[in-house]
Design a protein around this ligand. Structure first.
Ligand SMILES: Nc1ncnc2c1ncn2[C@@H]1O[C@H](COP(=O)(O)OP(=O)(O)OP(=O)(O)O)[C@@H](O)[C@H]1O
Length: 349
């Protein structure tokens, strides 16, 4: 029951070259949604874009399937400049992408099978062939039993599966997801994330996800770009961005998954000297760090906080300790820890 054909190697790559986008709904006002965006989404990757509301995420994703055109710069999909296409060339290029939405955008009074078959019907595919293909894709997303139901009668998670089936029905090279899990509960979100990852793994489909939820990035994406005010603030492999967030906004997003610091009252009470926050990755997590510290350096260690988070196949641990003792021993302890953990920083009040 193979329903989708794997993307040929290196298909599905997206490049944003100095892309800006302004909207002028009337002559008096102009909104700049994107400012000089440079970004490369590798073919076959799961790429996350995170930002607060109004950062420009939806605009960015809508440029990829030609629903919007850049005001300046270029959006290249497999080397094709989407902004330069018109008419049937644009429609042909749009078939290389499928898109899913927060509100599913299904026709509630139309049966699931016909919702999924709709893009093919619009392409002129006959009813029988379109429905047969819709059934294949519904089987892939685990909804074959619902093909004859009305879309409006399904749960949110089932509706999003139908949305995914519809997005896949033309066998696209790129799947665009605009806040597709934002209306779903955590368990259903996890199931949709698993489905998106399996589409990427099994068929090499590039998945470009925009979201305001760092949890989604953590569980789904290989790389992440952080957006603010229409620009890219930072970009990199997800684990790197979690461990070394460079900008305040990225730190804020990381904090939603790995809560940082202590209540300010506690920091004030303890004083920030010798008050260290450490991040540990994978094998570092299981080291007997604190007992080594005490026995080797003869310092006192008060452990104030410890937690662990999984980022796909990686584990990030966080420890916050207060180390006290003679200054030179505390300094030696700090040097020892710096060697043993991926990151150590003073906790500031
Ligand atoms: N068609 C449009 N006409 C006018 N302004 C628009 C249009 N589309 C987007 N904008 C403006 O561009 C900016 C970026 O909007 P966009 O929807 O891309 O952000 P976002 O990060 O996706 O936010 P949200 O998650 O709230 O949708 C906002 O100021 C928005 O009001």
């Amino acid at each position: 029951m193979v329903q989708l054909s794997p993307a040929p190697a290196a298909e599905g790559g997206i490049v944003f070259e100095g892309v800006s986008k302004t909207f002028s709904p009337d002559r008096r006002s102009t909104t700049t949604a994107l400012k000089d965006v440079h970004l490369e989404v590798p073919a076959g990757s799961v790429f996350g874009v995170i930002g607060y509301s109004g950062a420009g995420k939806s605009t960015l994703i809508r440029l990829v399937n030609g629903l919007e055109r850049p005001s300046s710069g270029r959006v290249l999909v497999d080397g094709i400049d989407m902004g330069a296409l018109r008419g049937k060339n644009l429609r042909a290029a749009q078939k290389r992408t499928g898109m899913i939405f927060q509100q599913f955008n299904l026709l509630d009074t139309v049966r699931v099978r016909d919702n999924v078959a709709m893009p093919l019907r619009l392409d002129g595919v006959g009813a029988e062939a379109a429905r047969a293909r819709a059934d294949e894709v519904l089987d892939f997303v685990g909804l074959s039993g619902k093909a004859g139901s009305f879309a409006g009668d399904l749960s949110g998670g089932q509706k999003q599966r139908v949305g995914i089936a519809r997005a896949l029905v033309r066998n696209p090279r790129i799947l665009l997801s605009d806040e597709a899990t934002s209306a779903l509960d955590p368990t259903t979100t996890a199931q949709i994330i698993d489905l998106l990852r399996s589409i990427n793994r099994e068929y090499g489909t590039t998945v470009l996800v925009v979201t305001h939820e760092m949890d989604v990035i953590k569980d789904l994406a290989d790389r992440v770009a952080v957006m603010a005010d229409g620009g890219i603030v930072e970009e990199g492999p997800v684990l790197d961005v979690f461990v070394h967030p460079r900008s305040p906004i990225t730190r804020d997003f990381v904090t939603t998954v790995v809560p940082q610091g202590l209540p300010p009252r506690v920091v004030e009470h303890l004083g920030s000297e010798g008050l260290w926050r450490m991040l540990l990755v994978d094998d570092e997590v299981t080291q007997p760090l604190l007992s080594d510290l005490i026995t080797t350096y003869g310092v006192s260690v008060n452990m104030l906080h410890a937690d662990m988070t999984s980022i796909q196949e990686h584990t990030i641990g966080q420890l916050i300790v207060k180390v006290t003792g003679p200054a030179e021993r505390v300094a030696a302890a700090r040097a020892f820890l710096t060697e043993r953990v991926v990151q150590l920083e003073e906790v500031q009040s």
